[in-house]
Design a binder for this molecule. Sequence first.
Ligand code: AMP
Length: 286
Amino acid sequence: MKICTTIRETRAACRDARQGNKRVGLVPTMGALHEGHLSLVRAARAQCDAVAVSIFVNPTQFGPQEDLARYPRSFELDREFLEKEGVDILFAPSAEEIYPKGEITWVTVEGLSDKLDGRSRPGHFRGVTTVVAKLFNIVEPDAAFFGQKDAAQAAVIRRMVRDLNFSVEIVVCPIVREPDGLAMSSRNAYLNPEERRRALALRSSLLRVEQEFHGGERNAAQLMAVAKEVFAREPQVRVDYIEIVNPDTLDPVQQIAEPTLVAVAAYVGTTRLIDNVVLNPNGGKS
Ligand code: AMP
């Protein structure tokens, strides 16, 4: 595995990897890797000839009061995991490499960036789309792999790719969970044992919604009420949002007639966690 810290080296390595019409896959991450990230790497391996992974804790997607300074970092372990997965290129730049002094250009997906997590975390998606656009320009991947865990992020990136004519296929991979159902997240490391137990409220609320949906309920307000009941039983968990929306526009849906995203975000202690499920009225679980 070639480890690159500069844009120049990365461009050269990706150019070499692409020789002979090879398909290059990119998996952008912030490190502190877990099985969720590795599932994206495996999907990239299966669908591409060469795999590039980026590890970059992107400062511009954190708000001033958020956890940038204490975000978990485990570079050596991450490097070992990626080596074992047969990754070809690891791009691990510094913040200065990605954001040279005086940068004033941003990529914003207007009208989507302020929904769901974007509403609770102003500027978050602007940071995400700006860094992902940079990564696309540096690596020039044929395909890029993202997790359904961050469903709003996936919608924002799909839209950016469409609107800015990036020549990259966006592949969204299923949520990987702990055995008890908690969605894997680098932020789970912040939870103490009591909070870890309480965090299951996110998954339980979504399972209840799914149960009602499979029982025939199609009204979003009713489904939302069911999710709220679950959270009411766990008052120490503070709901940030429960939303039932179109998975592409992120606009609220009243009556479920098409595949619909049910997304939740909640604070467990000071840790903000997210999870979601897609309800598909045409049959098939997602
Ligand atoms: P992060 O390092 O949190 O920025 O995540 C990097 C990528 O991994 C994003 O596309 C996430 O959606 C994806 N990811 C994170 N957690 C999971 C998970 N539990 N299952 C699937 N993908 C995930």
